[in-house]
Design a protein around this ligand. Sequence first.
Ligand code: SF4
Length: 356
Amino acid sequence: MNSPPLLDVAGLETHFPVRRGLLRRQVGSVRAVDGVSFSIAKGRTLGLVGESGCGKTTVGRSVLRLVEPTAGTVRFAGTDVRATHGAALRALRRRMQIVFQDPYGSLNPRMTIRAILEEGLVIHRLGTADERLVRVRAALERTGLTASALERYPHEFSGGQRQRIAIARALVLEPDFLVLDEPVSALDVSIQAQVVNLLVELREQLDLTYLFISHDLSVVEYLADEVAVMYLGRIVERAPADALYRAALHPYTLSLFSAVPTIDPARRRRRIVLSGDVPSPARPPSGCRFHPRCPLAESVCREADPPAAGDAVHVVHCHVAARELDRAGDAGAAAARITDMLARSGSATLSGGVGT
Ligand code: SF4
C-alpha cells in the first residue's frame, strides 16, 4: 500500500484584491492561483513549471502560508496547514522551509553568515548558544562551505556561494520539505549545475522532499520525479518527468518544450511560436484559459473549461488532447498526433535550438 503523501494540496486558490480610488475600494481580484491540486510523497520532487506570472511562485508561498490562501486545503504530514496557528504553525514552519531565487536580496547584508544561519534557531528557541553553533557549522559544511565563512558578510561571497548559504539557512532547522523557488535562475550557467548537484545530494543524504519551482525545463528534468505545468493560475498537465518529456500532450507544454535549446538531434523539436501575450489573471479568458494563444483552439475551447483527461499518473486539461487520447489509446501516439497538428497549424517553425 502506498504511504500517504507528505504534502497534499487540494483546490488551492490565492486571489489578491485589486483596489482603486480614494477609498481603495476593491474593484476585482487577481486570481494568481485558481484551483491547484497536487501531492508529493516523502523523498520525492515535484517540478512546477510555467512562464513568469503563471502563479507558480504564489503556489510555493501559499503552501508555506507566506501569503494567505483564499481557499483550498494544504495538508503537511497529515496536519491541516491552513487551520494551524501560533506555536503549532511555528513548529510546522520549522519543517517546511524555502530557498528564494535571489541570493543577493535574500541575505541581510548587515548580518554575518553566523547570525543569518543562527536566526532561525533563535526564533524557534532551539538549543544553547554552543549547540546552535554546532548546528550552524554542520549546515554550512553540508553545502560545501567551511566554518571560515561564519564571521564574514554576504557581499564577500560569489552568487553561487550565497545560494549555498541560503540553502544552509534552510537546512539548519532540519526541515523535511523545501520549496525551491527558482534557486538557480539568478546564477551563471557554470554555477547552476554545481548548485543543482548539491540539491540532489542533499535530497539523498537527508531524505528531503522538494517543490522545485522553475521556468527552466532542462533543470527540472534533471531534478524532478514528477512535473506539473502551470498556465494562468492552473495546472494544465501533470505527469512523471520521464513520461512528460517523452510524450507531452498539452499544446502549452509542447510550446515550452519546443523553446528548450538542445544539441541532441534526436530531441530537436519544431519551435512552436505562440501568438499574443499571457492574458491578465484579473480577467482570465472563458473556457480553456490558453485558447486565445492556442494554435489548435476550437469553438468548444472558448466555451467549456477542459476537464481532466488521461490516467491516474498523466493528467491533461485539454479538449483536443482528450479526444486524441480516446482515439489513439495511448499517450505516445496521441502526443505524436498533437505535435503533428501543431506543426501543420503554421505556428511551428523548424529551428531546433542550439546548433541549427
Ligand atoms: Fe488549445 Fe483547446 Fe486544448 Fe485549450 S483546450 S489547449 S485551446 S486545444
